[in-house]
Ligand binder design. Structure first.
Ligand code: GTP
Ligand code: MG
Length: 203
């Protein structure tokens, strides 16, 4: 997969405001600060495309980026951020779930998980919700540069075991580091595969 052009299209506060649903798209979701915006920048090889921050809660809208004039990457706000008000959190969550459930052209969602931590309820709950809604997803373990390789492998093995308790089949799993720019080809290859499937099905 070669990324020739990337254009910021728009930021939307809800599903209705999103660009017309005419092209396949891929969403990036996960806890605040997990590295969604950084991963999008890494995939597109553009440092400042999606806004990143050391402080959680940076991305607050649904942001569409158009790639090769053919498909969209969508940067979403994070979930599970304790420091915004309860009301705001509810609004964010509603907007996000509504978008994921209602966006007819959404091909796949990448659920990002920090490779440094043990499985967290907020992520497992979210994956369960995706499963209940029948929404396809892949998992991306982020920030793999922050731990030694052995520790990352151990954490991911633990995650697989946890998921296997409630999932018959595990989703595709990727490992990335936005700072070391690793995992890019794997994610883009998968994305290309998904796009081919969609093209075959005539979307
Ligand atoms: P919100 O928009 O607030 O939900 O956060 P986000 O998930 O978009 O995270 P963002 O990309 O803004 O990154 C959060 C912080 O983590 C920033 O300081 C990034 O530089 C850092 N970060 C992201 N990815 C990586 C990574 O792979 N390795 C390291 N070491 N730091 C990373
Ligand atoms: Mg962000």
């Amino acid at each position: 997969m070669t990324i020739k052009t990337v254009d910021f299209v728009k930021s939307s506060t809800n599903l209705n405001q999103c660009p017309e649903a005419k092209k396949p798209e891929f969403a990036f979701i996960g806890r605040s600060n997990v590295g969604k915006s950084s991963l999008i920048n890494m995939l597109c090889q553009r440092n400042k495309l999606a806004k990143t921050s050391t402080r959680p809660g940076k991305t607050q809208l649904i942001n569409h980026f158009e790639v090769n004039n053919e498909w969209y990457l969508v940067d979403l706000p994070g979930y599970g951020y304790a420091k915004v008000s309860k009301d705001k959190r509810r609004v964010f969550k509603g907007m996000m779930l509504n978008y994921l459930e209602g966006r007819s052209t959404l091909v796949n969602t990448f659920v990002l998980i920090d490779s440094r931590h043990d499985p967290q309820a907020v992520d497992l709950d979210f994956l369960r919700w995706m499963g209940e809604k029948g929404l396809p997803f892949a998992i991306v373990f982020t920030k793999t540069d922050k731990l030694g390789k052995t520790k990352v492998q151990a954490n991911i093995a633990k995650y697989r075991r946890t998921l296997a308790k409630e999932w018959e089949e595990l989703p595709p799993i990727f490992f990335t580091s936005a700072t070391e720019k690793t995992g890019r080809e794997d994610v883009l290859d998968y994305l290309a595969e998904c796009l081919n499937t969609v093209a075959d099905s005539g979307m």
